[in-house]
Ligand binder design. Structure first.
Ligand SMILES: Nc1ncnc2c1ncn2[C@@H]1O[C@H](COP(=O)(O)OP(=O)(O)OP(=O)(O)O)[C@@H](O)[C@H]1O
Ligand SMILES: [Mg+2]
Length: 305
């Protein structure tokens, strides 16, 4: 499977290994592994308090981890602040969306990154680029010159997603993007997530909604009580299996440590490092492949839904 724009094989963008994070006595994350490839939608699921938001806040530069390492484009990096995350190309859309209700769609998209024509703002260029981006996302926004307060929940989510794309990020993180939406608006946001995949972004989707996860994700990472509890390809898992992993009815917490160290026994071609199967629990649990491995293609028909 190749990248839609570069024609190259899809590359690993981000790898987290052994991430730990404590808040006082609370162990929010223990030894968590996570990875995302370009053009891949990874759902991050788990019960309340499982550590999902904490894990993405580590990526967003909100919480520095206490232990573990993060690799971005093959290099060990630290993410000490939200500005660091943004510089790397990691954009997070938190549940509150953080839009300015009194400003219009164009102003929200370009806030803090306004295009200028000499001393004045280049409103025409910003508006044109806004329409181009919204069209690319097949977004249904009637006007870009209305205050975002007047938009529906789904349209506001669209504006927040479009805003996150201005800097052409490598990774886009969405924390519960459909939680407050009705059926039609949820479908719109799921479509938008497919557009993000087509554009080659790595997408991390936090969701409690198994129907959404099954509809749009390529891979699902389950967290339970702050630990990994299974990684599944959506193509060969059922929502019942996912729910069993989420609730702890099945235990996939890794023991002993399951991330191959970079130095040990790497296959000659790292793309041959297909995930090792761990059958017998109603789904195939996949283990962290080496960097650069191909994702498992999933039959998608014509890609529309
Ligand atoms: N800033 C914080 N200070 C103290 N404890 C925190 C903080 N943030 C998270 N925690 C704790 O860390 C654990 C993981 O929380 P987190 O918000 O990551 O869970 P979650 O999986 O996102 O849950 P939810 O589905 O409810 O959003 C919880 O026990 C939570 O109470
Ligand atoms: Mg959360």
């Amino acid at each position: 499977m190749t990248h839609p724009r570069t024609g190259r094989p899809r590359e690993r963008v981000l790898t987290m290994r052994g991430i730990g994070k404590r808040f006082g006595a609370v162990k929010a994350l223990t030894d968590v592994d996570f990875w995302v490839n370009e053009g891949e939608v990874v759902a991050l699921v788990g019960d309340n308090g499982a550590g999902k938001s904490t894990l993405v806040k580590v990526l967003a530069g909100v919480h520095p981890p206490d232990s573990g390492s993060i690799e971005f484009d093959g290099e060990d990096i630290g993410i000490a602040s939200p500005a660091d995350a943004q510089r790397l190309g990691i954009e997070t859309i938190f549940q509150d969306l953080a839009l300015c209700d009194n400003l219009d769609v164009v102003a929200n998209l370009w806030l803090g990154r306004e295009l200028r024509d000499g001393a004045t703002l280049d409103e025409v260029d910003m508006e044109q680029r806004t329409w181009t981006l919204l069209r690319e996302l097949s977004a249904k926004i009637p006007s870009v010159r209305v205050p975002v307060a007047s938009l529906s929940g789904g349209q506001r989510q669209t504006v927040a997603i479009a805003r996150s794309l201005i800097g052409e990020p490598r990774v886009v993180i969405l924390d519960e993007p459909t939680a407050a939406l009705g059926v039609a608006q949820t479908a719109e946001v799921l479509n938008l997530i497919e557009r993000l995949r087509e554009r080659g972004h790595g997408v991390i989707l936090i969701s409690h909604n198994m129907a959404d996860v099954m509809a749009v994700a390529d891979r699902v990472v389950v967290l339970r009580l702050g630990r990994n509890n299974g990684v599944y390809n959506v193509a060969d898992v059922t929502s019942e299996t996912l729910i069993a992993a989420i609730t702890g009815a099945v235990d996939h917490s890794p023991a002993p440590r399951r991330v191959p160290e970079r130095t040990d026994a790497a296959p000659a071609d790292p793309r041959d490092a297909e995930p090792a199967a761990d059958e017998g629990h109603g789904g195939t649990v996949i283990r962290m492949p080496h960097a650069g491995s191909r994702r498992t293609p999933r039959p998608r028909g014509d890609g529309s839904r």
